[in-house]
Design a protein around this ligand. Structure first.
Ligand SMILES: [Zn+2]
Ligand SMILES: [Zn+2]
Length: 438
């Protein structure tokens, strides 16, 4: 196939995406209005399934509790490319679109990922271009990217409903990515005023999760504090001891430790006997995460020891550091450049946030660009889509056009991407590593 024909396929898919603009916008709006937390995205899943059904896109529900894995068959089936969209919201009670009961809001913009993933799927399906492509496309709505509500998810774990706390991690261990060769997604840019910008390439932090419990002894807070062991004091000394470790963290490791106290005592006139903290330990490499974690655990034990309290530390498998595949990044960048012009492309080096796309990047080539069209900062009340064409449609076009580049011409480019990709882990090594953290 000549590059001219590739351009024709791209034009067809673009026309099909734009022809379904109203449907895509209303799906995004509907998801924003009913935000759901990870592994609880049942209404979101039903909405996505409805659109797939309407467009005769075959799909399987209940993947990792709420995920949906669809299939757009190509002319031949040797290569399989997943297009991902994350389904979950975060808690942001002050967000204007927050759910009144749960406080959940799409303050990380994952609704835009679903809109873009579904738009790309509709575009590829309704344009008929799949018949000219040598490989299948797997549109995949994935649950629970935000690593939150750790107590709740740990309960799901104990009940045997999930093994890992992140959606993609869980799907990898369930074998849902066993038939996938490479994966792509978009995420909205996390800083405000990124209207017509695509941030692309680079790496991001990984982390492990922590649940920490300080155990003291209750006593009357005024009448007999000398009889008690103050678990809140132990926690505070422990956190100060962690802060004293920070000068030992190397700048290039991008270490982040950001605890919250989820339970700080029961009654004001009782010395706290049970204080709980959740946190992550993040860094750029697995080695740096493990090094920081060792120091942090030492500090936590020191805080407990100083007050005569006890501490229980539970380490949980988190997300691995993300590395974007260079070849996929170049293809995506070329398409973004065609649509938006050279001034819109900003190459990234390292991002201190984390994503379970990092886990996938250890076993297959992935691309995870950040796309503008928003104002406000992610995870705050101000975060919102202000340019829906950019957030939902340009995103979808970039992904669909990249798929055409990969799978046209006998999937030559897809083969090149796979040949030059060096996996950091096999799936089995990945599971062994995750299970080693506890
Ligand atoms: Zn987020
Ligand atoms: Zn996010």
């Amino acid at each position: 196939m000549s590059s001219l024909n590739k351009e024709i396929l791209k034009q067809k898919v673009t026309a099909a995406i734009l022809a379904h603009k109203d449907e895509i916008f209303s799906l995004a709006q509907s998801i924003v209005k009913e935000p759901e937390m990870g592994f609880k995205e049942h209404k979101t899943a039903a909405k996505i399934a409805d659109v797939f059904t309407k467009h005769h896109i075959s799909h399987a529900t209940g993947q990792g509790i709420t995920g949906i894995k669809a299939l757009l068959p190509g002319r031949t089936h040797n290569r399989k490319i997943a297009v991902l969209g994350e389904m979950d919201a975060i808690t942001c009670v002050d967000h204007p679109m927050a759910d009144a009961t749960t406080g959940a809001a799409h303050a990380c913009g994952h609704h835009a990922q679903i809109a873009a993933m579904v738009a790309a799927s509709i575009g590829l399906k309704e344009s008929g271009v799949m018949e000219d492509l040598d490989g299948d496309v797997i549109p995949f709505a994935v649950p629970a990217e935000e690593y939150v509500e750790i107590e709740y998810r740990n309960r799901l774990r104990r009940e045997g409903k999930i093994k890992y706390l992140g959606g993609k991690s869980e799907l990898i261990q369930r074998g849902a990515f066993d038939d996938v060769d490479m994966a792509m997604m978009i995420h909205l840019a996390t800083d405000g005023d990124s209207h017509r910008t695509v941030y692309i390439g680079g790496t991001s932090n990984g982390f492990l999760g922590k649940m920490i419990r300080f155990i003291g002894r209750e006593a009357h807070a005024a009448g007999a504090p000398h009889e008690g062991i103050n678990a809140l004091n132990a926690a505070m000394v422990a956190l100060m001891a962690v802060h004293a470790q920070r000068e030992t963290f190397r700048d290039e490791d991008h270490v982040r430790f950001h605890p919250i106290i989820t339970s700080g005592g029961d009654l004001v006139n009782v010395i706290p006997a049970d204080v709980r903290i959740e946190s992550y330990v993040r860094a750029k490499t697995i080695e740096a995460i493990m090094d920081a974690n060792k120091k942090i655990n030492r500090a936590l034990k020191g805080g407990a020891s100083a007050i005569g309290a006890e501490v229980e530390i539970t380490d949980l498998p988190g997300f691995l550091p993300l590395a974007n595949d260079n070849n996929l990044t170049e293809l995506f960048k070329d398409n973004a450049l065609t649509l938006l012009g050279p001034d819109s492309i900003i190459p990234l080096e390292h991002h201190a946030a984390s994503t379970d796309m990092g886990d996938l990047s250890h076993i297959m080539p992935v691309v995870h660009p950040w796309i503008g069209g928003v104002s406000g900062n992610a995870h705050t009340r101000d975060f919102k889509v202000v340019d829906p064409e950019m957030a939902y449609l340009i995103s979808a076009q970039c992904m669909a056009m990249t798929i055409i580049d990969l799978l046209a011409d006998g999937a030559t480019k897809a083969k090149q991407v796979l040949t030059s990709y060096q996996p950091k882990m096999t799936k089995e090594e990945y599971i062994t590593f995750m299970d080693s953290i506890h």
